[in-house]
Design a protein around this ligand. Sequence first.
Ligand code: ADP
Length: 462
Amino acid sequence: MQKRNTVLILAVFSILILITSQIIIIRGVWKQNDELLKLRYRTLSQEAVASMRGRPSVAYDTVSRLLDDYSSKKIKELREITDSAKLAEKKKDILTYVTVLLNKEQDFSDILSSYFEENGFEKNFNHIISINNLEFIDVDTFLIYGDRSFVNRRPGSRQKMPSALKETKSSILVNRQWIGGNNYIMNFEYSIDFSDKRRMILQEIAWTLTMSIFSILIVAILFLYTYRNLMEEKRLSNLKTDFINNMTHELKTPLATITVAGKTLEMEQIRADDSKILETAKLIGKQSVHLNQLINMILEISMWERTQFQLDKKKVDIEEVMNDIVSSFSAGCRDCASLSQKYCFNGVKADIDLVYFTTLINNLLSNAVKYSDKEPAIDIEGNAEDNNICIKIADNGIGINRTDQKHIFDKFYRASSGNIHKYKGLGLGLYYVKKIAVAHGGDVTVSSKPGKGSIFTITIPY
Ligand code: ADP
């Protein structure tokens, strides 16, 4: 049990390590693809800018013109403001206006978009324009916004930026440029941002992702399969051990009786009494028959394993056969149970091997008696329908729980209560029953409730 748990813990642990390492790999691949995507669009954008004959500012000609008029007007207003708070307010308004203007007249986006499309790449993106520096110049210079030290900042550099200018994680800087007119100079950055970037990267790494999920699935399935096999082997090995214990116990009982009987025969006072000798001889004979039956059963079953056993089928009246089997059983066990029979076979004749069929019914009847903790009452019902004969053997015994019901027809299986030697057995009776029913083209099923009894149903086609 301890070993099994250790194997399970180790296996689960290895699967967790595998999943974690796959997640790390995928994250790495994701990051790499993210960088590649940025690089690709940055290069493409630069190519697009270069194709404008080195004058990207032509894209902002309209802005230039509008700003020329706007700046000369605003300079006059700025000059008249003396209050510093009002001046700051005014500068803020100017910055907002220029930003809106730049964003509205962003012909650059159209140029980039068609360039991306021509090259077969994603053409839908958002643009971000951020002003680094804006100055209105007359006789005096009005610094509207910014700090020149940011102007030459390299993309991605660690230099601290004013919060308004912070690059977003997903944006790609395309161009930083100066434009200027009679009364102003301005430095601004144009970046693009793919809101659908996640989907684009997912598309690129789809194959890696699929392989990774696939490999995790394969490992998990292999693990489950191996674990199941391991458990099955363990179960079989337990069953075999139980079988050997039970068989030893079963064989020991008649052997011990025979040994004691032999010893008894050696005693003089016994040998002097003919009736005692006869009684002991009968006992030895009975125990030898029992021993022989046990050994035969084991031999027969091991023979079935190697060869398909042959049925010697004959057409027989099933009702007659059932009556015979039940009455000999009742006589054999000296009325050990109250047996009730209710048949409705309508004179059906079925093709069965009488010897094996008798063993099948006898095994079920003796189990019904054996696994009973009160006066056994057995109801036997039979009918013929849909070309099948159907026989139900119901008892009022100890019943079988759900888990055991799944295994009772397995070789050597004994329900947990059966393994304590209160109920003797080898776990072969029902295995035998199933084999015989199947060999006749039929089947056997069980329905049972612990404490309430069991019903075994045999169907055999006729
Ligand atoms: P054995 O009787 O030798 O143990 P079987 O193959 O006949 O082997 O039965 C397998 C197990 O099924 C038994 O150990 C017992 O626990 C359970 N079983 C079989 N028949 C009955 C029954 N009629 N009522 C309750 N339990 C039963």
